[in-house]
Design a protein around this ligand. Sequence first.
Ligand code: AMP
Length: 193
Amino acid sequence: MTRLLLIGAPGAGKGTQAVKLAETFGIPAISTGDIFRDNVKNETELGKLAKSYMDRGEYVPDSVTNDLVRDRLTQADAKPGFLLDGYPRTADQVVELDGMLTDAGTALDAVVLLTADTDEVVRRLLNRAIEQGRADDTEDVIRRRLEVYEEQTAPLVNTYSARNLVVTVDGLGAVDEVTARILAALAQRGISA
Ligand code: AMP
């Protein structure tokens, strides 16, 4: 079974590709952003806390996010494999995830880096704001999310590159084309469904 991470700037198309890849590999797509949004919608305590950060384009604190993922990864469907979309996003989260995987006696197979240039990403996010009405898709918040990504998450690519896990895929183009690119890049490394 396969254990994958999906990393990329906001708007690079991670969520869309996560669903497609998870389907192909028969593993759950675990999106911390989706879990936070569900909690916001259901007005849980976690949701209230998460919202105060999300609305500003800031990251939810590591302690909260790490606990959430630890809990999710111990659920039965994630035991054989998973695709994490939007986690880890900070150096601390990498350390925590390493610990979770070591405890479970498993390891990552690959980290898919989905690239997209900034203009395209902003255009996609503004479009999504119109289509989905996400509270964190206003122009100011989008700018902040991109900054936070560059500061805190982009450096993780180096961490995983040093482990020879990163597969870089151009995220521009039709959804199915991008999926095909990712699958081909993974297959080159001997990772296939
Ligand atoms: P996403 O849908 O992945 O873009 O996530 C939406 C928002 O949820 C982010 O801007 C953060 O506020 C929060 N979030 C999602 N994943 C994480 C994470 N791994 N660490 C901290 N905050 C996160």
